[in-house]
Ligand binder design. Structure first.
Ligand code: GLN
Length: 487
């Protein structure tokens, strides 16, 4: 059942007020967050002020949006005017935003109540939510396991029932991979369908803001609320967005679902088994299964990391200690020395590694060999997908090759660490929409997730296919800590 609609119904029938609902969530956060570290900043006064305004609206207008008066949380790389936006980095530890992100503003205009800001890997670089300055977030299914990353705080909070829904960001899978680790739903929208204005840029040609929710229906409601053209983000499309919520019929007859061995080969046995059960479900509902080839998928991770690092190295030039953010307190000889000291002290290891790699890939002697080659390969991958979508309506794959890894997971190489993004990064490289939702439970009781990818602007089809599955096959997942729906 949709959590948002459930709360909205209680609010509109006067069974509970937004202020009461908000207080319930603030109490839960107080109890559970010390264990989960999902929130890095809780904002009770802010939330209660918004809730009381919503109560006024709800007392007059019962036809308001289903989001009115329902609490939520934001990843701490999304700007809200006057509030801290730290990106979990020393560089921005004391930074306060001077404007509100367009997607967040759209939610506020519909009466969303913000409970606080959630934990992430420093500057959203990472897959385990363990590189930020506020310490790691934890997985509600097993506190010794990672909630995934970078939007690990969001996934942990939704999964444990301490946020009804959240907005995360997805540059290379950062909402879908944690959704899969924590047994929740996330939708990475088509590139350009949700404004990035006010999202602290990671890699501009990949970044999208994405809803993370308990159910597919909630995902549709939040996506419908945040999508659309924004004059402040020139990459957003001017087009009519048909509400996806009204496309949730659960009918998948004759839907052509593509399966590719190129995706499956990299995943664990139990993951493949769960995804195959989903395939059986769709077949039983009259969908057609089509084998598709994605020959360049094996290059997706190197392409992502070369192009991503290149964009990061250029975007991160702005953290120089001059305009905003951290500035060294050490003595410096000249401006170069000041910038070097500021960046050395203010940025974490992974950020520095990516900046250095990006500069290397973009340098005159390496540009052709790396950046240009990766850009060409990106086009090949885009071509793979458009060829595949001539024979199928969507592609089904695992979300993550394995279920959640433990918090002290220490990969032997960096490449192994990046491997968690193998199934999710392709959608970012190609700008495609992708929905992640739970499809099974592993032997150790941890959630397993599947992913549905479609052509540009096929969010409605993806959400409907996810809805059909969720309605009949939602795995009986039980976090070891947390509260589910009920008040
Ligand atoms: N794990 C990916 C990375 O570290 C995801 C980043 C993201 O989506 N924000 O680049």
């Amino acid at each position: 059942m949709s959590k948002i609609l459930y709360y909205s119904n209680l609010l509109k029938t006067g069974k509970i007020s937004s202020s009461e609902l908000t207080k319930i969530y603030l109490d839960r956060i107080e109890k559970l967050n010390p264990k989960l570290n999902a929130y890095i900043r809780v904002l009770p006064e802010y939330a209660l002020a918004q809730a009381s305004k919503c109560d006024e609206i709800l007392s007059k207008d019962k036809s308001s949006s289903p989001l009115t008066g329902v609490p939520m949380a934001l990843k701490d790389n999304l700007s809200v005017v006057g509030l801290h936006t730290t990106c979990c980095s020393k560089m921005l530890e004391n930074f306060k935003s001077t404007f509100t992100a367009s997607a967040v503003k759209k939610l506020f205009d519909k009466g969303a109540v913000m409970l606080g800001k959630t934990n992430l890997d420093e500057f959203a670089m990472g897959s385990y939510c363990n590189t930020g300055i506020f310490g790691p977030a934890r997985n509600p299914y097993d506190l010794e396991k990672s909630p995934g990353g970078s939007s690990g705080g969001n996934a942990s909070a939704v999964s444990a029932g301490i946020a009804p829904y959240t907005l995360g960001t997805d540059t290379g899978g950062s909402t879908r991979q944690p959704a899969s680790y924590c047994g929740i739903v996330a939708l990475k929208p088509t590139y350009g369908s949700v404004s990035r204005y006010g999202l602290l840029t990671l890699a501009s040609s990949f970044d999208q803001i994405a809803p993370m929710t308990s159910t597919v229906t909630d995902c549709a409601i939040v996506y419908d609320a945040i999508c659309g053209h924004d004059p402040d983000d020139m990459m957003t499309f001017k087009r009519k967005y048909e509400p996806t919520y009204s496309q949730l019929s659960g009918e998948v007859k004759r839907l052509r679902i593509g399966i590719s061995d190129d995706f499956l080969s990299s995943s664990s046995e139990e993951t493949i088994e769960s995804v195959m059960k989903a395939v059986d479900f769709y077949v039983s509902k009259g969908a057609e299964i089509v084998k598709v080839k994605l020959p360049h998928i094996k290059y997706a991770l190197p392409i992502y990391y070369i192009l991503g690092c290149a964009e990061i190295s250029s975007n991160f030039g702005r953290f120089d200690g001059i305009r905003y953010g951290y500035k060294t307190s050490l003595q410096y000889k000249d401006i170069d020395d000041m910038i070097t000291k500021t960046r050395t002290e203010g940025l974490g290891k992974d950020i520095k590694r990516r900046i250095m790699l990006g500069i290397y890939f973009l340098s005159k002697q390496n540009y052709k060999e790396y950046f240009q080659k990766a850009s060409m390969m990106r086009n090949e991958l885009i071509r793979d997908f458009s060829n595949a979508f001539e024979t199928c309506d969507l592609i089904l794959s695992p979300t993550s090759p394995t279920s959640a890894v433990s918090l002290d997971f220490t990969p032997e190489t960096i490449v192994e660490k990046y491997y968690a993004d193998a199934c999710v990064a392709p959608a970012n490289l190609c700008g495609l929409p992708a929905l992640a939702l739970p499809c099974g439970i592993g032997q150790n009781g941890m959630p397993i997730g599947m992913q549905l990818m479609g052509p540009n602007f096929s969010e409605g089809t993806l959400l409907n296919a996810g809805y059909a599955f969720e309605k009949e096959c939602k795995p009986e997942l039980k976090p070891s800590i947390g509260v589910n729906y009920d008040l």
